[in-house]
Design a protein around this ligand. Sequence first.
Ligand code: AMP
Length: 502
Amino acid sequence: MTQFNDLNLDPKVLKAIAEAGYETPTPIQAGAIPPALEGRDVLGIAQTGTGKTASFTLPMITLLGRGRARARMPRSLVLCPTRELAAQVAENFDTYAKHTKLTKALLIGGVSFKEQDALIDKGVDVLIATPGRLLDHFERGKLLLTGVQIMVVDEADRMLDMGFIPDIERIFGLTPFTRQTLFFSATMAPEIERITNTFLSNPEKIEVARAATTGENIKQGVVMFRASRKDREAGEKRDLLRRLIDAEGDTCTNAIIFCNRKMDVDVVAKSLKKHGYDAEPIHGDLDQSQRTRTLDGFRAGDVKILVASDVAARGLDVPAVSHVFNFDVPSHAEDYVHRIGRTGRAGRKGTAIMICNPRDEKNLEDVERLVQNPIPRLDDPKGANAAPAEAPAAEAANEEERPRRTRTRSRSRTRDEAKPAVKAEAQETTAPKAEAAPKAEAKPAPATETKPEPKAEPKPDPTTRGGFGDAAPGVAWRKRSGPWWPRPAQKRHPRRGHRRHG
Ligand code: AMP
């Protein structure tokens, strides 16, 4: 196996890597670093979480170590689709270049031009930027790109989604023809292929996973959801989301929840907060300082759930995200790969659970076609007895007495019959039966599968997952096990007369 020491990296870089705790290069690093150090163009097809940032940052630092910064003429340029990704690359640069004298500037929106101009005037070795902001600086005459020796385009497929390709082409045209280009994309759409054919010269192509594949260390599942009534869909979907979070128990240490619409990001975050979860929204309409604060909080572990839109979450590097929840099936199948790539990073295990309502089934088919695998169907953790937790207050007050509807029973049976493997897994992980549930908890009756009642103390509730239920039995309803479980909700909702689940 290749070792970092075999890669001809600057000893100062090797020292920083060792301090970062990296033992061996990831496949994209082992593949991209040698040709990059030889000055060749590189086309890296790699999704987030594969270590691709270091695969271009480490050779860049090594190569730049030999020269000197000149005023207004950065020697290298890294283009990222979002501010967050750019900020993250900058952080990576600081980590890996800490024993060198190399300097950098970060050109992103939401930061004053003045500060950024001052840095560029002094001269920087590495400029990390979003395309729009870079062009703004260029047009103000504050920046010359004719000194760029190495240009990196990161997450090119996202640049394409965001409409940045014309900007990228323009920036390519502003840099010297002799520059070295390191180009990264998780997928190779035809437009990306065209760009690479135009601007890269005989690149070394490194593909660490098949384009649009999803990490094998990520357990995936999808819950098919149908609201009991159209006007209750939004509330019931949020209720299901909370059940899904709860059912993961202690295994869910932190999570990113993706919504397709910014409006839903706000509503879901607000609703989770209202139910006692430690959740914050992040999307493009929030101001930069708030986004940074939220992200820092999430990285530090102070915020446990990030509710995000695709664009805002782009480039988030939070190495230990245990779970990704897709509140909606993404409308662009490729976003699914990016979303779930937030978990299971750097070889860790991750879990990705999605909710699919009938409207999204077509999108689900697209996702499954793209990843070339069916996504295992999971049961609603509440099984056959879901009642809308966000029902109108008057109804909710009587929820305990009212018999619960069997909203998902027939569907989950059909599904289980169709998916014996999934069902087998479910039986292994199914929690004890509900008959022993204390009355006061008014928990749902068991759903389709049950296990023999344990002799021990009655558990408050079963979690009847049709998929992976690593959660300890009963933990889903207790919410005491982790530091971030909501406080008992009766304190917040006394009129409902029982503890709400999430
Ligand atoms: P990336 O794909 O660049 O976003 O990197 C994903 C995560 O992997 C980051 O948290 C890096 O710090 C980490 N990482 C990168 N390279 C290595 C390595 N060789 N060994 C262990 N972790 C790494």
